[in-house]
Design a protein around this ligand. Structure first.
Ligand code: ATP
Ligand code: MN
Ligand code: MN
Length: 302
């Protein structure tokens, strides 16, 4: 049995990908997941279109194996488009991207559950357009600590002249995203991201760490600034997460975040109903005065 969704032939549409899809909900089949992405496409593609992707595939659903895939394999349908990217070793490699709902649905046909995106669009790959801070709490820290950290980092970014939006990851944490005008390169993006994370850890060392090693986290929040490198990814807004209950990476307004108690607050149905409500995304420049303000703060004068 097959089913056509958005012009894509879905094999095994009845296959159960999630056996639970939210409190009191039945499971989510492959066709159900494809229909979710079909419906959310106009909102999701605002951020996810035309970027190199890393796909988290679970061809047999939550019970089977899972793997990240960034290079499209043989047998990928045409709706999953391809582009060539010169990697750090100087070699060209094919990357997948999507430009429409059919692309999202075709990725589901290939077993994709999660979509992860580069912080740059394919027409100007050397000019990133997203600055992402991924707040990763140490084991044992509750969501209240993540939430207050997100609000606090927002304040620090506003002080520097940047206005981020927030996304619940559907896992444990929150991502802060500053939409960027495409005026700087990867070196400057990384320099700013690392500097900002270091500033937070410098001011509040008991609260934040910038060390990747889990051993060094001890009750603190790791400010993962490494999402801002050429080739790195972050989960796309409105991506379903391959975690129990099929939670969605959901954008949230700052006022609303104050009342949220878990990063897994929204399932597929809730995410569709919410959309981008309450979220403002305005492209901003990482300008010389902003770098200067960061350097001044890092020197202890800010
Ligand atoms: P959580 O809130 O649970 O931390 P998360 O999506 O932020 O959810 P992380 O482990 O912090 O999960 O990873 C941050 C991002 O880094 C992911 O969204 C993903 O895009 C990318 N990432 C992490 N691990 C891998 C991997 N093995 N391969 C490719 N990308 C990865
Ligand atoms: Mn994270
Ligand atoms: Mn992380």
């Amino acid at each position: 049995m097959t089913e056509r969704i958005e012009g894509v032939t879905i094999s095994h549409p009845e296959r159960v990908i999630f056996d639970d899809a939210g409190p009191g909900k039945a499971g989510l089949t492959k066709a159900g997941l494809a229909r979710y992405y079909q419906r959310i496409a106009p909102l999701m593609l605002e951020e996810a279109a035309d970027r190199p992707l890393s796909l988290l595939r679970l061809p047999d659903g939550m019970a089977g194996e899972r793997f990240f895939q960034k290079h499209p394999g043989k047998g990928f349908p045409k709706a999953i488009r391809q582009m060539q990217i010169t990697e750090s070793d100087g070699e060209d490699a094919a990357y997948a991207y999507v430009a429409d709902a059919a692309g999202l649905v075709a990725a589901v046909q290939m077993g994709t559950v999660e979509f992860h995106i580069w912080p740059a669009r394919r027409d100007r790959l050397e000019r990133p357009d997203r600055l992402v801070f991924d707040l990763d709490p140490d084991e044992g820290l509750g969501f209240d600590a993540v939430r207050s950290a997100a609000l606090s980092l927002r304040g620090r970014l506003l002080d520097l002249g940047l206005d981020p939006w927030a996304m619940l990851t559907g896992g444990k944490g929150v991502h802060l995203v500053v939409p960027l005008r495409r005026s700087i390169g990867w070196g400057d993006l990384k320099r700013f991201a690392r500097g900002f994370a270091a500033l937070c850890a410098q001011d509040e060392p008991d609260r934040y760490t910038v060390e990747l090693a889990k051993a060094g986290r001890k009750g603190r929040i790791f400010i993962d600034w490494l999402r801002n490198e050429r080739g790195s990814t972050a989960v796309a807004p409105f991506s379903v997460r391959a975690r129990p209950g099929a939670p969605v990476a959901a954008p949230v307004g700052w006022d609303e975040l104050a009342g949220i108690t878990t990063a897994r607050a929204f399932d597929t149905q809730a995410a569709q109903e919410r959309g981008w409500a309450g979220v403002t995304r305005k492209p901003q420049g990482l300008t010389r005065p902003i770098f200067a303000a960061l350097d001044k703060a890092l020197a202890g004068a800010g």
